[in-house]
Write a protein that binds this ligand. Structure first.
Ligand SMILES: NC(=O)c1ccc[n+]([C@@H]2O[C@H](COP(=O)([O-])OP(=O)(O)OC[C@H]3O[C@@H](n4cnc5c(N)ncnc54)[C@H](O)[C@@H]3O)[C@@H](O)[C@H]2O)c1
Ligand SMILES: [Zn+2]
Length: 363
């Protein structure tokens, strides 16, 4: 079974294919793009070699002779220095990239962001195809056209909007993913359900066994439904001037927890799960929702194997980090609050003491 989701963006529209065994189709997808001269596969050293190899074989069958560039794995390598090495490889070694070449990014969100940024900038932009191999990249990072790298001053501070020409997701790749990374992606699925789709929440609740077993048809449906939600939001607001911000549900608090804990001590998705709980408590204290929303969120997070609490958090430290968040303007911390399941709104008047009280839900 293969699902195809269309991302509607006028002339920049593209298809996201989700299926079991899709790595073997990447060649056909690239060959369907007009006038492709050459192909470069970008991956990282943590992605099992079989995946870029399968993509290269598929490209070979489609008549291309792809080159592969493997960057070192890990967020610490999502830098301009890494991009610079990729530029060197694709521009200085023969055959050099040209304006009609295609870059294929095979890996998680780091490869997608670096590969996407290189393709946005090299020769003022070449086409790229995303082949996400983590759940987080499949349901979130590979769709929407945000590309970029980190700076010492903060994450994702250098980047460009550059939509892919296509996305190909093979759910079979999820079988080798470490459990914590898999759960991190599931947290973003819960986020999508909470902001936009109660029936997705029901799906997560009812199919948690098949999801934990990475059952292929269940995973195809799960990924496709999430891509559909993200695609809908991105189509409505490509440059994040309005509702795209809803995708940040749980992220202001989540980022603060990630930063204060030191990156790597908990996954991004786990931090977002905690952030969503804090936002539910905030909304509850404001009388926007009843206690049943947090109860239901807690139930589904537990089914997905995510933690509900975290010891040792310091509200004052977290608040300080939130004040310096990229999304904070004029000292006003912005959060996304639930109004029910599948509905949220943007709120910019949260105060430090109110946040501290809501954070106690994590104790
Ligand atoms: N552009 C966007 O819209 C967007 C959205 C969300 C997140 N992101 C970015 O995505 C990044 C996080 O992505 P991620 O969670 O995929 O992390 P990641 O890319 O670092 O991948 C996690 C680890 O898993 C390895 N890996 C990848 N696929 C594998 C597989 N199938 N089996 C085993 N190991 C595998 C990788 O080599 C890496 O070591 C962050 O940098 C974040 O900023 C971007
Ligand atoms: Zn996220």
């Amino acid at each position: 079974m293969t699902e195809v989701v269309q991302v509607e963006l006028g002339a920049r529209s593209y298809e996201v294919r989700v299926g079991d065994g899709e790595l073997a189709r990447v060649g056909r997808v690239v060959a369907s793009l007009p006038g492709v001269t050459s192909v470069v596969v970008v991956t990282d050293t943590g992605v099992p070699e079989a995946y870029p190899a399968a993509v290269s074989a598929s490209l070979g069958e489609a008549g291309f002779e792809p080159r592969t560039v493997a960057i070192p794995s890990g967020e610490e390598h999502k830098t301009l220095a890494t991009c610079s090495e990729v530029y060197d490889r694709v521009l200085s070694t023969s055959p050099a990239l040209d304006r009609h070449s295609v870059l294929v990014a095979v890996g998680g969100g780091v490869v997608g962001d670096v590969g996407g940024f290189v393709s946005a900038t090299v020769l003022r932009g070449v086409r790229f195809v995303q082949v996400p191999t983590t759940l987080l990249a499949a349901v979130d990072a590979s769709v929407g056209g945000k590309t970029g790298v980190d700076h010492v001053a903060g994450k994702n501070l250098i980047g460009a909007f550059h939509q892919p020409a296509g996305v190909v997701m093979d759910v079979a790749t999820l079988r080798t993913l470490p459990l914590a990374e898999f759960r991190s992606g599931l947290a973003e699925c819960v986020k999508h359900a909470m902001i936009a789709d109660e029936s997705l929440l029901e799906f997560l609740e009812q199919r948690s066994g098949e999801i934990a077993a990475i059952e292929p048809t269940t995973m195809v449906e799960l990924v496709a439904r999430n891509v559909q939600i993200k695609a809908g939001v991105v189509s409505a607001d490509e440059r994040e001037s309005g509702i795209r911000a809803h995708l940040n549900f749980g992220h202001t608090v989540g980022h603060a927890i990630e930063t204060s804990s030191g990156y790597g001590s908990l996954t991004h998705g786990q931090a977002v799960a905690l952030g969503m709980r804090v936002n539910c408590r905030l909304a509850q204290r404001r009388g926007l929702i009843g206690g049943e929303v947090l109860d239901r969120l807690d139930g589904v997070l537990t089914c997905m194997g995510l933690e509900l609490r975290r010891a040792g958090l310091q509200p004052a430290d977290l608040w300080e980090i939130m004040l310096h968040d990229k999304k904070t303007r004029a000292g006003r911390v912005t959060v996304i609050l639930p109004r029910g399941i599948g509905e949220v709104s943007i709120v910019s008047d949260v105060q430090a003491d109110e946040m501290a009280r809501a954070l106690s839900v994590l104790e």
